[in-house]
Design a protein around this ligand. Structure first.
Ligand code: G3H
Ligand code: 13P
Ligand code: ZN
Length: 342
């Protein structure tokens, strides 16, 4: 099946009461690992690429790898999503390339570091919604900022999402999905201890979902950073500090309160690194790179399959027929016409 709009995946997830993992990719092995996991668990899935991923792989390589994935796994509904678009130009270039969903992250300025004002966020997000919806493409916006700085991305300042402002933001921008800031951050070092309600504001999700019951919520920075993976990396020569991520039960709590997209990058990176380090260490005389890239791909598959089961998307791949982007565009047009008439 062709690449599917993310909006359809999230609408179906809302109907079914489950969450959909959005897994970051940079190369062929990560894409194959995710698709294998999707097949093994019969899951719809979101594959997402950051600006860094697009720069690393190259736009045409990345896009055509995803077309190959859709062809090789025709039974899996899969959306291709731009993660953390820093400007309308980035989002528009993704849409022109063939992405079926984009995130306009207007919570930061174009440098990806400086916290942006609310009006800037509304203006750039609205601009992307107008462009994307006219092409049937989904838009995720973000209100509030995550903590931490990963690969130079992020402000390092946490600004939790304000529920009142969230309602206004959704109305003014027309986004399909809202990323909320609840105290998480990207990367392996999210919390100095296992997070509780003091540092992870799950109550905000409940509050925002109560006020915006039909808006799909998104949790960024949702890797759980399993100790078994960091321990394996360190046992095979790595040097990671003890780290705490978002416990999967917290993501599941979010899913019970309107979270439909759960972003996971770091857990995949850890799984690949653990498996590749072990494979390299197992036979120092071997120089066939396929040995460690295959091990990494299998590691990615296993952690992604585990998350798919935990988020509840497993078993739902065959629930629905994909709608074309053209059909999605007509639906947005009808929605706009109904809004204008009201
Ligand atoms: O946005 C955060 C994701 O983990 C992507 O990270 O910019 O290093 O590709 P990246
Ligand atoms: P993690 O670093 O927790 O995997 O978060 C990924 C993410 O939010 C990508 O946008
Ligand atoms: Zn993110």
């Amino acid at each position: 099946m062709p690449l599917v709009s993310m909006r359809q995946l999230l609408d179906e997830a809302a109907t079914g009461g489950y969450g959909v993992g959005a897994f970051n990719v940079n190369n062929m092995e990560q894409i194959q690992g995710i698709m294998e996991a999707a097949r093994d668990t019969a899951s719809p899935v979101i594959v997402q690429a950051s600006r860094g991923a697009r720069a690393y792989a190259g736009d045409r390589f990345l896009y055509h790898l995803m077309v190959a994935a859709a062809e090789e796994y025709p039974e899996i509904p899969v959306a291709l999503h731009q993660d953390h678009g820093n400007s309308p130009e980035t989002c528009i270039s993704a849409i022109e390339l063939g992405f079926t969903s984009v995130m306009m992250d207007g919570s930061l300025l174009e440098d990806g570091k400086t916290v942006a004002g609310y009006d800037h966020n509304v203006a750039v997000t609205r601009e992307v919604v107008d462009y994307a919806h006219a092409r049937g493409v989904t838009v995720e916006g973000e209100l509030g900022t995550l903590g931490g700085i990963e690969d130079g991305v992020g402000s390092g300042e946490v600004h939790l999402t304000d529920p009142d402002q969230a309602v206004e933001f959704v109305q003014r921008t027309g986004i399909d999905a809202l990323a909320v800031a609840i105290g998480t951050s990207h990367g392996a070092y999210k919390f100095p201890r296992r997070p509780d309600g003091q540092i992870l504001a799950m109550r905000l999700i409940e509050e925002i979902h109560r006020r915006l019951p039909t808006t799909h919520l998104v949790m960024h920075g949702s890797s759980s950073v399993p100790a078994r993976l960091t321990e394996r990396i360190n046992a095979a020569g790595g040097r990671l500090r003890p780290a705490f991520g978002v416990p999967v039960e917290e993501s599941q709590l979010g899913i019970r309160h309107g979270v439909r997209k759960v972003n996971v990058d770091t857990d995949g990176r850890l799984a690949i690194t653990a498996a590749a380090r072990e494979a390299l260490a197992a036979d120092p005389s071997d120089f066939d790179p396929r040995r460690f890239t295959r091990a990494g791909r299998d590691g990615m598959r296993d952690v992604v399959a585990e998350r798919m089961r935990q988020f509840g998307q497993a078993g739902h791949a065959g629930d629905y027929a994909p709608r074309s982007l053209h059909a999605m565009r007509r639906a947005y047009d009808r929605q706009a016409a109904a809004g204008a008439a009201a």
